[in-house]
Each structure stands twice: as structure tokens, then as C-alpha cells.
Design a protein around this ligand. Structure first.
Ligand SMILES: O=C(O)c1ccccc1N[C@@H]1O[C@H](COP(=O)(O)O)[C@@H](O)[C@H]1O
Length: 236
């Protein structure tokens, strides 16, 4: 399923998959490069055809950017890129301040935020809301349905480790074959230029997201890997 289909949320997963198989070649996957910390990486992502960049505002992460740095990158972002602000378990006031300072297109909640909390954010700010979920088994997939009506998209990632995300580990994508929820989903966790095409072919994800897989070391983007990731995703 791809985001540019207006009826995507009402289509059953079985029909969605069939739809992708029939016209997938004409529809484009959305590509997010997360952990952007400077303009060179942002420009490389835009030139390579990424649709989204992620700015991680989470101090324990090697990709952390301050609100000031995030706001500057946001202001200089090319119009082809949607800017995603990544937050982890922020209290209501810091969340509101972060959204006001950065003015992102999307907020990605990557902690244990509840559906009720996401609804409050959506009611108060003109942003798209994504909820990341670490996927362990069929039960965690089922529990993700709690975000229907609260989030615009789910982002399935590997279960949390040292960090809640950004650990460079993949999960068992076959779990997603059992997904029968109403929300569209994106795929994250250990994606890199070598496995992203397979991930797109084997799942019904509308977006692929990479952080570690496009770095030379934690927190340092590799521009060549960004290009290779986008090319592999576009050609999948
Ligand atoms: O990138 C981070 O440092 C990060 C920190 C805290 C929460 C999420 C984080 N990143 C997100 O994690 C997934 C997977 O990343 P990876 O490709 O496996 O490194 C992705 O959604 C990032 O946006």
C-alpha cells in the first residue's frame, strides 16, 4: 500500500497486498532517512529522492539534535522533503514546545506513548502523527490496533534495546503477514542499502526508514550509503 491512494485505510490488508502486486510498479515507496544532523546529509537525502528526513530530539541518542539545530535544519529543508521530528516519552509541555520550535510536518513518537496522548497532540498541533512500535510477536502486532483513530501511520521497528530505536537490528518481517489493522504502516529496524529492496518486496509497507544503515559510525551519516539506500528502495 502506498500513501498516495486515498482509499488506503479502508482497504483490507489482503486487498492492499493484491493491489500492490498489480500496480506496485507504478506507485512509489516513501523513503525516510533518519538521524540527519547537518545540511550535507539533508541535501544528499533530497537529491537521492528521499521523501522524509528524521531529526532525533532524544538526548541519549548519538543522533540527538537540539531544538535549535532541528529548527535550523527544518527551515533550510528543501520543499521536496517532509521533516519528521522524533520524540521519546516527552511530557506534554516539552512536546508542545518542540513542535512549536521546529514546526515539523510529522511527529514520530518512539517511546511508550499512549493513544490518548497522541490524540491530544493531534488536536493541538497541525502535524501528522506516527507511532513506532517494537514488534516482538503476533500479540504486539495486535496491540498496535489501539492506535487506530489516534495515529496516521504505524512504524514497525525491532523491539527496544539499549535505545528505544536506532539500534540497527531487523525483526522478523514475516510477522507482518498477519497484519490486519486499518492503519497504514512503515517499516524500520536494521534497514540498509543491501536489504531494503527485499524488505519492500516482502511487506506491505508504505514507507521504509533507516538510521544506522546509512551511517559510517553512530551519528555520522555516510552520503554514499544514503544514495545507495534511496536507489535500492526506488528500484525495488
Ligand atoms: O535513531 C535513533 O537514534 C533513535 C533513537 C531513539 C528512538 C528511535 C531512533 N531511531 C529510529 O529507530 C528506527 C530504526 O533505526 P535503525 O535503522 O535500526 O538504526 C528508525 O525508525 C529510526 O527513526
Amino acid at each position: 500500500m502506498r500513501a498516495d491512494k486515498p482509499d488506503r485505510q479502508s482497504r483490507s490488508p489482503g486487498l492492499r497486498a493484491a493491489h500492490n502486486r498489480v500496480i506496485g510498479a507504478r506507485m512509489s515507496i516513501q523513503i525516510k532517512i533518519c538521524g540527519i544532523r547537518d545540511e550535507a546529509a539533508m541535501d544528499a537525502a533530497a537529491e537521492a529522492g528521499a521523501t522524509h528526513i528524521g531529526l532525533v530530539h532524544y538526548e541519549p541518542s548519538p543522533r540527538h539534535v537540539t531544538l535549535d539545530q532541528a529548527a535550523k535544519l527544518r527551515m533550510r529543508a528543501p520543499s521536496s522533503l517532509k521533516v519528521v521530528l522524533l520524540l521519546v516519552n516527552q511530557e506534554p509541555k516539552p512536546t508542545a514546545l518542540a513542535i512549536e520550535a521546529v514546526r515539523p510536518d510529522v511527529v514520530q513518537f518512539h517511546g511508550s506513548e499512549t493513544a490518548e496522548w497522541l490524540k491530544v497532540v493531534k488536536e493541538n498541533a497541525p502535524v501528522e502523527v506516527w507511532k513506532a512500535r517494537g514488534l516482538q510477536n503476533a500479540q504486539t502486532l495486535e496491540r498496535a490496533k489501539a492506535y487506530e483513530g489516534a495515529a496516521d501511520m504505524l512504524l514497525f521497528d525491532a523491539p527496544a534495546q539499549k535505545l528505544p530505536g536506532g539500534n540497527g537490528t531487523a525483526f522478523d518481517w514475516t510477522l507482518l503477514k498477519g497484519y490486519d489493522g486499518k492503519l497504514p504502516y512503515g517499516l524500520a529496524g536494521g534497514l540498509d542499502p543491501d536489504n531494503v529492496a527485499q524488505a519492500i518486496r516482502e511487506t506491505d509497507a508504505m514507507l521504509v526508514d533507516t538510521s544506522s544503515g546509512t551511517e559510517s559510525e553512530p551519528g555520522v551519516k555516510d552520503l554514499e550509503k544514503i544514495r545507495a539506500f534511496c536507489e535500492a528502495a526506488r528500484n525495488a
